[in-house]
Design a protein around this ligand. Structure first.
Ligand code: FEO
Length: 398
């Protein structure tokens, strides 16, 4: 069934949601699906902004045919060439063979790789600041390289203040009945997922996000239309401030996160005891996660949210317990920085995970390691209480 929605003036959302996908990019677990947004402007010329993932192609194409009715499609603006948005380009070209594709030089390099059959299609290659007239709407193009692919760009429509922002300002989570963020309790429904999406998909590219935020600061934005999640028309500054914090690796709040790995429960017990003491000593909220049970993308999101992270880790094969090592590899890949870590190691005969975790963390930027590192021999006991107290006190004061 056709299901498009008006955003403003003659600008429409024509996307859809996939609630069946269990892992985005075959990595990130989805509890509540994901939306793929696509947009249309009906002016003297018609313009489509990105297509959609193949999983919602039926809905997307039905919406596109429905909104255009008997009109032809003049332009397909490609803000992002990743397949969750570009999968339907060839289909759209077959349906509307006179369409002109609009993208930058890199867009068309990637287009030729994904769709070699479209070599002779009409194209307009745009660069920073170029514009395209649709009638009363004039589109201008803002390059957003490495947010999070090199060809990513934003398209701005000055007549309505709509910014088509590609993946930026997106979130995991299906769209329900409303398409606008202000139709939800966004903090309750989407904020954790928006942070998880940012940290894991875009988090590595904070500097590039900063560059495009500086450009966006000079634009009168009334609507932000991302490729995933709801559209922003109210409280835009609040969400941009989240992006400022996330892209500068600034903690959002001062809660403490405890992440432990545990084979048989002894390291878990020590982490639980330390967290209880930390709560009493610091007065702050302390969240505890089992590194084997919680997906690394959630842990990464928590690292983005909080400034202080405590790791409890067994020694395993003379190294770091594998799930913790994987988490630390993600921290490195996503360039975690400006954080304070405290380390506790467990080892029945040769504890080594503390030293090895320290080496990995000290390779990151602006990381503080709280001293001392706590060493557990198999299990914490009452004789360890002075060391545990010193460890907790040092974290609270760090
Ligand atoms: Fe939603 Fe980078 O694709």
């Amino acid at each position: 069934m056709i299901n498009y929605k008006k955003i403003t003036d003659d600008t429409y959302w024509i996307g859809g949601s996939d609630r069946r996908l269990s892992r985005f990019e075959n990595i990130f677990p989805l509890e509540d699906g994901v939306s793929y947004n696509s947009y249309v402007i009906l002016d003297e010329k018609t313009a489509l902004f990105d297509t959609a993932d193949i999983s919602i192609s039926d809905q997307f194409l039905e919406n596109l045919k429905g909104i255009l009715a008997d009109r032809k499609l003049d332009y397909l603006v490609i803000n992002h060439m990743e397949p969750d948005h570009c999968s339907q380009i060839a289909t759209v070209v077959y349906m509307y063979p006179d369409v002109t594709l609009v993208g930058n030089a890199k867009t068309f390099t990637f287009l030729s790789q994904f769709f070699p059959e479209l070599g002779s299609i009409n194209k307009i290659t745009v660069a920073e600041g170029d514009s395209l007239e649709l009638g009363k709407h004039t589109l201008s193009f803002v390059m957003a390289p490495m947010v999070h692919w090199p060809e990513a760009m934003f398209t701005y429509d000055a007549s309505t203040g709509v910014l088509f922002s590609a993946d930026a300002f997106g979130t995991f989570g299906a769209i329900d009945a409303g398409i606008f963020a202000d139709e939800y309790d966004f903090e309750k429904r989407f904020l954790d997922e928006a942070r998880r999406y940012y940290a894991n998909i875009v988090g590595k590219y904070g500097m590039q996000v900063q560059a495009v935020l500086k450009k966006a600061a000079g634009i009168d934005i009334k609507f932000i239309c991302p490729l995933h999640g709801p559209i922003w028309r109210e409280n835009i500054a609040w969400f941009i401030d989240k992006y400022q914090k996330w892209s500068t690796y600034t903690p959002e709040d001062d809660e403490i996160v405890v992440i432990y790995g545990s084979l048989y429960g002894h390291t878990e017990s020590a982490a639980q005891k330390a967290a209880s003491m930390l709560r009493e000593k610091s007065g702050k909220q302390v969240r505890i996660y089992d590194v084997s049970q919680t997906h690394a993308s959630v842990l990464i999101s928590e690292v983005w949210r909080c400034g202080k992270i405590v790791l409890f880790c067994p020694t395993y094969n003379n190294g770091i317990y594998t799930p913790m090592e994987n988490f630390l590899s993600d921290c490195a890949a996503l360039t975690v920085q400006n954080r304070t870590f405290a380390l506790a190691q467990n080892g029945t005969w040769a504890p080594a995970s503390g030293k090895l975790m320290r080496e990995k963390l000290e390779a990151l930027k602006n990381i503080t390691i709280v001293e001392p590192v706590l060493t557990i021999k198999s299990a914490l006991s009452e004789t360890d209480e002075p060391e545990l107290k010193a460890f907790v006190d040092a974290i609270a004061e760090a």
